[in-house]
Design a protein around this ligand. Structure first.
Ligand code: DAK
Length: 258
């Protein structure tokens, strides 16, 4: 898979998609977001891939939507043209786990894209922010919605209204990210996390992802009902037979192809 604004690698069952517009701090533009959707859908459909990592460079995950591209947009360009909605949210349709790995800046649309991943691992160099207010717009890709759900209203209001950035430690303390590693180790460690998930049964990983995401879209009792259906269905799968047999036989499970 060859793209102008992405670099692609695979490591066994793990695909790595790297945002790659180094001259513009990986600013997100239409071409990059179209390519990202294409790569995500191809890996989601590929039975050899179980987990996807979305990352940037060592210096920057993404410094936001491309301000040079947006500067002359009018309302007629954005609303009828469905700016953002038309191609930024493909990642939300991906059914396999997507881990965001952030080194350096994740700002504006970059922070919003990171928050669309299933969970985030960061380098100790990471900086997260929603500085849109400084360029005269509100966030447009979920920043005012996903940030308060992730870190609470007070901290989210503080970041959104003042445009201040938080570092990796503060992001860890608030629950925006799940792990922090030294910058020179973050990819190796993240690949280890992805490979551990990739060794689990992909059908169960997909069901867990779908159930967790329901928690943000429905009531507690409906969410639990939803989870219960997946739990019951699991008893019809080879993964449950292999996992429970392996436990009783005191051996490691082999979930290949399950
Ligand atoms: N867009 C385009 N180019 C960018 C960019 C961006 N967001 N961020 C950086 N660059 C470019 C710089 O212009 C510079 O280009 P040259 O001058 O070399 O040609 C190059 O990348 C290197 O940047 P700096 O020289 O500034 O590098 P520094 O290390 O000094 O600073 C920085 C790094 C990331 C702190 C700084 O570049 C910065 O503050 N960047 C802007 C961050 C920002 O404000 N991000 C939010 C963007 S607004 C909407 C939906 C969504 C949105 C808007 C509307 N609707 C539905 C209508 C979303 C908006 C945003 O994301």
């Amino acid at each position: 898979m060859q793209y102008a604004d992405l670099l692609i690698e695979t490591h066994d069952k793990v695909a790595v998609i790297r945002l790659n517009r180094p001259k513009a701090m990986n600013a997100l533009n239409d071409n990059m977001m179209n390519e990202l959707g294409d790569a995500l859908y191809k890996f989601d459909a590929d039975p050899a891939i179980h987990v996807i990592i979305l990352t940037g460079s060592e210096k920057v995950f993404a410094a936001g939507a491309d301000i040079a591209a947006m500067a002359n947009y009018t309302y007629a360009d954005t609303y009828p043209g469905n700016y953002i909605g038309r191609n930024w949210e493909h990642i939300l349709n991906v059914r396999k786990p997507v881990i965001g790995v952030v080194s350096g800046y994740a700002l504006g649309g970059g922070c919003e894209l990171a928050m669309m991943c299933d969970f985030l691992i960061a380098a100790d160099t990471a900086k997260f922010g929603q500085p849109e207010i400084k360029v005269g717009v509100t966030p447009g890709a979920g920043g005012t919605q996903r940030l308060p759900r992730a870190i609470g209203k007070s901290k989210a209001m503080d970041m959104l209204l003042t445009a201040r950035m938080i570092d990796a430690q503060e992001a860890l303390n608030t629950g925006l990210i799940s792990r922090v590693y030294p910058a020179d180790k973050v990819m190796e460690e993240s690949l280890g996390v992805a490979q551990a998930i990739a060794a689990m049964p992909v059908t169960v990983a997909m069901a867990i992802k779908d159930s967790v995401n329901r928690a943000f879209e429905t009531t507690l009792s409906e969410g639990v009902r939803y989870e219960r259906r997946y739990f019951h269905a699991a008893f019809g799968t080879p993964a449950q037979k292999e996992g429970m047999s392996a436990f009783l036989e005191k051996r490691q499970p082999n979930f290949d192809g399950k």
